[in-house]
Ligand binder design. Structure first.
Ligand code: SAM
Length: 250
């Protein structure tokens, strides 16, 4: 079957890493699992052996037909759909979500799940390492690391080299774990305003935060953080401070 680069079809072939993903996923035979982008089913096969049931979302109907046939005798269903168009209210409740995500839409898929703020157990995703670094909280903040922290913790578990895939991608990959939390529940309803603030603050991440804050016409003396800091040097609580002042004046 001719693989489609546009759909990020780089298949993980190395059984060492496939097993490592399964052992880090904490799935067991009582769990209903969701898989995004099963492709030819290497990970799917292992998930099915270690879980109660599996629902997979695959955009490419050549693979969804192949998988229907391959796993016809198991507790498996495949939905031939773009995951970005799926109504998550119909699919997620207490489930573990897994996938070797297509690189071109990984961040959209992750943000869709995180922002829906639904009742999932955790996610185990294989994504481009560079994107993983932006999601995981590190010494430098990014727009998506702050957005994600509102709803969940994201940790990097391990890296996977290009040779483990066929065809090999040009970049390194990493497995991340996403665990939802309610730590910042009081900010959930303010999330749209927080996103507006982050978009403006991170438009020029290397300029001082004072320069971005000029867009909001705020009393700068009110802030507890150093106004000479770059946006990437601020933490989520600093952005909450900006948000509270912003909401106080609209
Ligand atoms: N899970 C397989 C593996 O680990 O080898 C394949 C992973 S491959 C990186 C990504 C898969 O996601 C491909 O099978 C591709 O067709 C599918 N895909 C791409 N975009 C998608 C989307 N928006 N919704 C659902 N599946 C998608």
């Amino acid at each position: 079957m001719k693989l489609k680069k546009s759909l990020g079809q780089n298949f993980l072939k190395d059984s060492f890493y496939l097993d490592k993903i399964i052992s880090s996923s904490q799935i067991d035979t009582t769990q209903n699992v969701i898989e995004i982008g099963p492709g030819d089913g290497a990970l799917t096969n292992l998930i099915l052996h270690n879980s109660k049931s599996l629902t997979a979302y695959e955009i490419d109907n050549r693979f969804s037909e192949f998988l229907k046939e391959r796993f016809s005798k198991t507790n498996f269903q495949v939905v031939n759909k773009d995951f970005l168009t799926v109504d998550l209210n119909d699919v997620i409740s207490g489930q573990i979500i897994m996938g070797n995500l297509p690189y071109n839409v990984s961040s959209q898929i992750i943000l869709k799940i995180i922002e829906a703020n639904l009742d999932y157990k955790h996610c185990i995703f294989l994504i481009q390492k560079e994107l993983a670094n932006r999601f995981v909280v590190g010494p430098k903040s990014s727009k998506i690391s702050i957005q994600s922290q509102v709803f969940c913790d994201i940790e990097a578990l391990f890296d996977i080299p290009p040779e483990a895939f066929d065809p090999a991608p040009k970049v390194n990959s990493a497995v991340i774990k996403i665990t939802p939390h309610n730590k910042y529940e009081s900010y959930f309803s303010k999330y749209e305003n927080l996103k507006k603030i982050l978009a403006i603050c991170f438009a020029n991440p290397r300029k001082k935060i004072s320069s971005a804050l000029k867009n909001f016409d705020m009393d700068m003396a009110k802030f507890s953080f150093d106004l000479n800091s770059r946006p990437e040097e601020l933490e989520i609580t600093d952005f909450f401070e900006i948000l509270i002042h912003y909401e106080g004046q609209i």
